[in-house]
Design a protein. Structure first.
Length: 303
């Protein structure tokens, strides 16, 4: 994709770095196995609290979330920004262990009926063989919507960013594959498979709300942010529907509302991508605690 970051030269995989990755993965696997031994609702509460109170603050995620919130909404009272950051971290933990609950999570999502005008468009494309790009952000749990659609017979693949820790990446990819549809790593080989699947009339998921170096600067939650336009470019190139969709966590912390919005009209990549930004901004404005404020979405030093 034209707006993907240039490949950086990989650092030598030193013994010290390998050891750190191995030990940190042992910790992660230990948490996952402990959590999976618990009843489902207790499991989500346990990992949500663990990430909220211990892991995220240690990793600096809480501070980053607060910095992002201050950047976007400086007029908002500090107490409210702190509440959003706290609930964001809890949602992050819940989403993580949901995605590792390869049996329980898909079964629960099979009960969530997708709604919205995009659902009829998806059904029509399924009959005609038109390609579909389902676009979302790191909001609620994006895998919830995919699992709901897969339970209804839709084969939906995706493009993922490989983790720096290869030990963690190995089992992380398996969780993505467990929800149905092929998944492709970012990069030349993965993108080629992604495009081939799309050209054959496939349905694929793209997340577009992370910073991409050299990407165009568009408005996102009222602030300039570099935003990948590749989803729109692919939709135009292969005559694919571009449908914003969301898995919105409900107040019980366990169930989801799955929403497919109307397809974004084809025009040009910048206009279409701004429409995606506006769609996600509307969701974040309604329930800001569901977006992953922990990403380095804005880079004020980069012009």
């Amino acid at each position: 994709m034209s707006d993907q970051p240039k490949q950086k030269k990989k650092r030598p995989y030193s013994f010290g770095r390998r050891a750190r990755h191995y030990l940190s993965n042992l910790l992660i696997v230990g948490i996952i196995r402990t959590a999976l031994a618990l009843p489902y609702k207790t499991r989500l509460s346990f990992v949500g609290s663990l990430v909220q109170h211990i892991l995220a603050p240690l990793a600096g995620y809480r501070r980053r979330a607060l910095n992002n919130l201050e950047h976007v909404w400086p007029e908002m009272p500090l107490a409210r920004r702190e509440e959003i950051a706290t609930r964001c971290l809890n949602n992050l933990g819940r989403s993580f262990i949901e995605n590792y609950s390869a049996d329980d999570f898909p079964k629960r999502m099979a009960e969530a009926e997708p709604r919205g005008p995009g659902m009829a468009a998806l059904e029509e494309a399924n009959h005609t063989g038109q390609p579909v790009i389902l676009v979302t952000g790191h909001y609620g749990n994006y895998e919830a919507a995919r699992a709901s659609l897969v339970a209804r017979g839709y084969d939906i693949g995706g493009l993922y960013r490989e983790m720096k820790n290869p030990y963690f990446n190995a089992h992380y990819v398996k969780t993505l594959e467990a929800f149905g549809g092929p998944v492709f790593p970012q990069g030349r080989r993965g993108t080629a498979g992604f495009v081939r699947h799309l050209k054959q009339g496939g349905r694929l998921v793209l997340l577009f709300d992370q910073h991409v170096i050299h990407a165009p600067i568009l408005d996102f939650i009222g602030k300039p942010a570099r935003t990948a336009v590749s989803a729109a470019e692919l939709a135009l190139r292969y005559d694919a529907l571009l449908i914003p969709f969301y898995g919105i966590r409900q107040d019980d912390g366990v169930s989801f509302d799955v929403v497919l919005e109307a397809p974004v009209p084809h025009s040009d990549p910048m206009t279409m991508t701004q429409a995606l930004n506006d769609s996600l901004t509307a969701q974040i404005t309604k329930t800001p605690e569901q977006w992953f404020w922990v990403h380095r979405r804005w880079r004020p030093h980069e012009k």
